[in-house]
Design a protein around this ligand. Structure first.
Ligand SMILES: [Zn+2]
Length: 244
């Protein structure tokens, strides 16, 4: 993931080295949730953590878009909401995500990227996991000011093949329009424009405080400064995972 390399990753390696020997049970599942508004950088961090620990990164947005593309029943239910930049009803999202968590590749854990977004979704997720004799280990909540988010989203490009997210301003690919990691073509998502982004943020904000409070009371909740450097945030996440 060369796009994310920073000249100052010595500190990051040291931080990772400090964490690794601290006997975390490698066979125990590690179930993580990454929360934050669209454009906060949680997808980038989720991908780094997923790669390092061999966990599937599960983005509700990606699964929903796939379901729409494949014309699945749940996808067709979700489409009008997604087109309008609004939240897809809980029942539909929860079903799509929890079906995904039952797959084999989630046996050692998973990273839920951008899900849950509401307290009812979080409750459904909790019940489903309890039924699987599992729980959420850490919830990371990314905090970024609105204007910074809008700026980021306007420059966002996503790889068609591997879903790595680039930013023409802050994290561009070495060759314009081409993914550094897999050579796939980059595209701008239809809903990555300022108007849609502001609407998404408004909808997100209305739910997130309540959700943050819910997780604060019911598990290991960690607020992160999403405006910090990518490697700095990653180091912090690794440190917390190592203690979990
Ligand atoms: Zn790619």
């Amino acid at each position: 993931m060369s796009v994310l390399k920073s000249p100052d990753d010595t500190w990051l390696r040291r931080a990772a080295g400090m964490v690794a020997p601290r006997a975390r049970n490698e066979s125990a599942a590690m179930n993580l949730v990454f929360l934050g508004p669209p454009g906060c950088g949680k997808g980038t961090q989720a991908m780094k953590v997923a790669e390092k620990h061999g966990l599937p990164q599960i983005s509700a947005g990606d699964i929903l878009r796939e379901a729409v593309q494949n014309g699945l029943e749940d996808g067709l239910k979700a489409k009008p909401f997604m087109d309008a930049g609004r939240l897809v009803p809980d029942e539909t999202v929860v079903k799509i995500v929890t079906d995904r968590l039952r797959r084999k590749d989630c046996a050692n854990g998973f990273i839920l990227d951008g899900f849950p977004r509401t307290v009812p979704q979080a409750e459904s997720l909790g019940w489903t996991l309890a039924g699987m004799k599992r729980k959420i280990d850490v919830v990371f909540d990314f905090d970024v000011p609105e204007e910074e988010l809008i700026k980021r989203i306007a420059g966002r490009k996503v790889c068609k093949k591997c879903r790595v997210v680039y930013n023409v301003a802050s994290a561009p690919p070495s060759e314009p329009g081409v993914c550094d990691k897999c050579g796939g073509g980059l595209f701008k998502r239809e809903d990555d424009n300022e108007e849609a982004a502001r609407e998404r943020f408004r909808v997100y904000k209305a739910q997130s405080d309540e959700l943050g409070l819910y997780y604060h009371h019911s598990g290991r909740y960690c607020k992160l400064d999403g405006a910090a450097r990518v490697d700095e945030i990653f180091g912090k996440i690794e440190e917390i995972i190592g203690e979990a």
